[in-house]
Design a protein around this ligand. Structure first.
Ligand code: ZN
Ligand code: ZN
Length: 328
C-alpha cells in the first residue's frame, strides 16, 4: 500500500509538502515561526446547553440522535448502537495537566453522565482527539461491559499500554464489523504523533455503515476526524456512495500557510460535504480549544458564508451548540 513507507511510518495520499511533515528540523522551525507570527486566538467560551439525555436514550424514538460534546467528541445513537467519537473530557489537550491548549468551553457532559457506549471511534492520536484520562475513565466506568475501541492501524498498542485490550485496528479501506455495523477506516489528509516522532501510527476518517435488512433501512455516517482538503473525499464517495450524516471539522485553519494541508477551513468543509454527498453535516472541531490563530467564533460565520455561496441551506450543514441534541 502506497501510504505505508519502508521505515514503518505512514504518508498521505497526495504528495503534499512532505518536508513539513517529515523533517523534524523543518517542522520545528515552522512551529517556531507559527508561534511567533501571531498568538493563538483569544479563548472565548461558547454557549453550552445541558444535553437531553433522556431523549437521547429513548428507544421509542427511531430517529438518529446526535450530541456534540465538544471539539471532535460526538455522542451518537442510531437505533440500538451508541457511539462516541474522539473522546475528550479533560481541561487541556496536552500530555500534562498544567500546560498546553486549555479548554475554553467545558464539555457538555462528563464521563459519568454518558450513557452506555458500545463503540468508541478514534481518528488519530493527537492530544485534542485522544485523551488518556478520558479513555481510562470510560473503560473504568464500563469495566464489566467495556466499549469496543475502533482505532487506526498501529494505535492499538497505546491502548494495550493502558491495559485496555478491547480494541480493533483498521488500515485505510479495511473494515471491522460490530453489532451489525461496518466500521471502515478511510484516508484523510493529516498526520499523527504525540511527540516529535511523527506518523508512526495511522490517522483516519471513519465510515460507519448499517446495511439494509428486513427491519432496517441502510444508514451511513462519515466521521472525518482531522483533515486538510484532498481528493480522498471523492474516493470515499466513489467507494461508499452518499452519506446520511457527516461529522466535519470546520476550525483550526489559520494561518493558512501552516494549516492548509492539515486542517480544512469552513469553505473546504463545505467541499467535503459536497464531495461525499452528505444529506446532513454537523460542524465539529471548533469553539472548544484555542488551538490556532483564527478567532474562536469565526468558523460558524465563515461556514454560513460558504453555504450561502454554494446555495446550501443551513439545515443541511448545521452549526450546533455544545450539548444540543439533534434529532434526524
Ligand atoms: Zn490532529
Ligand atoms: Zn484536531
Amino acid at each position: 500500500m502506497r501510504h505505508h513507507l519502508p521505515n514503518g511510518t505512514f504518508r498521505n495520499t497526495a504528495d503534499i509538502e512532505e518536508p513539513k511533515l517529515r523533517n523534524p528540523q523543518t517542522r520545528l522551525s515552522d512551529l517556531v515561526r507559527w508561534k511567533l507570527t501571531a498568538p493563538n486566538a483569544k479563548p472565548l467560551t461558547q454557549p453550552v446547553v445541558s444535553p437531553d439525555i433522556d431523549s437521547f436514550n429513548n428507544d421509542q424514538d427511531a430517529r438518529t440522535k446526535i450530541i456534540w460534546v465538544g471539539h471532535a467528541t460526538v455522542l451518537l445513537r442510531h437505533q440500538k448502537l451508541t457511539i462516541l467519537t474522539d473522546p475528550h473530557f479533560s481541561d487541556r489537550a496536552s500530555p500534562v495537566g498544567f500546560a498546553g491548549p486549555k479548554r475554553s468551553t467545558p464539555p457538555a457532559l462528563s464521563v459519568t453522565q454518558l450513557p452506555h457506549i458500545d463503540v468508541v471511534v478514534v481518528s488519530h492520536d493527537h492530544y485534542d482527539h485522544l485523551d488518556k484520562q478520558s479513555v481510562l475513565e470510560i473503560q473504568q466506568r464500563q469495566i464489566n461491559n467495556p466499549p469496543l475501541f475502533v482505532v487506526p492501524l498501529k494505535l492499538g498498542q497505546w491502548f494495550s499500554n493502558l491495559e485496555i485490550d478491547n480494541w480493533v485496528e483498521c488500515d485505510w479501506w479495511e473494515q471491522t464489523t460490530h453489532m451489525d455495523w461496518r466500521f471502515t477506516a478511510v484516508p484523510v489528509q493529516h498526520f499523527s504523533g504525540r511527540s516529535l516522532k511523527q506518523n508512526n501510527t495511522l490517522w483516519a476518517g471513519w465510515v460507519l455503515t448499517l446495511p439494509a435488512t428486513a427491519e432496517n433501512e441502510s444508514y451511513q455516517i462519515f466521521f472525518a476526524g482531522d483533515t486538510g482538503y484532498s481528493s480522498d473525499f471523492k474516493d470515499i464517495y466513489d467507494r461508499f456512495g452518499a452519506f446520511d450524516l457527516s461529522l466535519l471539522p470546520i476550525g483550526a485553519y489559520e494561518p493558512r500557510w501552516f494549516m492548509k494541508e492539515l486542517h480544512v477551513n469552513p469553505e473546504e468543509a463545505v467541499k467535503i460535504h459536497q464531495d461525499v454527498h452528505s444529506k446532513l453535516s454537523i460542524a465539529i472541531h471548533w469553539g472548544s480549544f484555542a488551538l490556532t490563530h483564527e478567532p474562536m467564533d469565526e468558523p460558524p460565520k465563515k461556514l454560513a458564508e460558504a453555504l450561502t455561496k454554494q446555495n446550501i441551506g443551513p439545515d443541511n450543514f448545521r452549526t450546533v451548540k455544545h450539548g444540543e441534541l439533534v434529532l434526524v
